[in-house]
Ligand binder design. Structure first.
Ligand code: ADP
Ligand code: MG
Length: 252
């Protein structure tokens, strides 16, 4: 049995009269890519941003590595530590994930500094490694994100997210702002990284085609709830709910 890296129980987020996420429970296992699919407004971003501590959930529990402590109850310093050392995030919008006031390399170095990297030459070596790993030209390291293409900005987000060797990587619609060919290249990169580094990932997309390429298992969300879940092949071949059938049919 594979190790459970993250277990969520009853995650709920309410904004006034809007219920963004309702009683979501699932587990993420070692080395898998778990896809989360659903139309816009179904609660996908709220879910991953809660897990990355960007948002405080209204109710719910989350456990790391089969430990007994609910990580939503940690204090802010402990949460920051988990985020800095064990997690990475790629946001749909590069403005959320990157600081546009500092260089591409600076953005990645910042994540290393937060994970207590102090030695300048180690940081420089790590930056080179990460730029190579994410297929970023080394000569763009000192350029500002605004001067880079959308695909490069997302690859900088990935380089930054991988910097601290995270156990969990969250990807929230990482390719929805990209042209199809750039999108395909980015997804290939994610797949390669996952096969090489065996990081557990939660990949959010409104596009089942993206999920199909990468995810081992899928959660289907609608109106803040998980309405269906299973192995990706199984969901694609034999979708149970009419909503999932619609998603599958619209993909073909
Ligand atoms: P998705 O990522 O699937 O498009 P979101 O998680 O962004 O969905 O949003 C889920 C629901 O919660 C939507 O109805 C959205 O309008 C609402 N919502 C998200 N963030 C906020 C917020 N800060 N304040 C109020 N409502 C929000
Ligand atoms: Mg979203």
């Amino acid at each position: 049995m594979r190790k459970c890296i993250l277990r969520i129980e009853g995650l709920t987020k309410i904004y006034g009269s809007t219920i963004a996420v309702v009683s979501v429970s699932f587990s993420l296992y070692q080395g898998e890519i778990l896809g989360v699919v659903g139309e816009s407004g179904s609660g996908k971003s709220t879910l991953v941003q809660s897990l990355y501590f960007d948002i405080t959930p209204t109710f719910g529990k989350a456990y790391l590595n089969e430990e007994k402590k609910n990580i939503f109850e940690l204090n802010s310093q402990e949460k920051r530590k988990l985020k800095n050392f064990d997690m990475g995030m790629v946001y749909q919008n590069p403005y959320l994930g990157l600081n546009f006031e500092i260089t591409a390399g600076g953005n990645v170095a910042e994540k290393l500094l937060m994970a207590d990297w102090r030695n300048y030459s180690h940081i420089r070596n790590r930056l080179t490694y990460l730029f190579e790993k994410t297929e970023l030209p080394l000569n763009r390291m000192d350029d500002f994100p605004s001067t880079l293409s959308g695909g490069m900005q997302q690859r900088i987000q990935i380089a930054k997210a991988l910097a601290n060797n995270p156990k969990i990587l969250f990807l929230d619609e990482p390719t929805s702002g990209l042209d199809l060919s750039v999108q395909a290249r980015f997804l290939d990169l994610v797949k390669k990284i996952q096969q090489e580094l065996r990081i557990s990932m939660i990949l959010v997309s409104h596009d089942l085609g993206v999920i199909r390429l990468l995810a081992d298992r899928v959660l289907v969300m609608k109106d803040g709830r998980i309405i269906e879940s299973g192995l990706t092949d199984q969901i694609l071949e034999d979708p149970q709910s009419s909503y999932t059938q619609l998603l599958v049919n619209s993909m073909l």
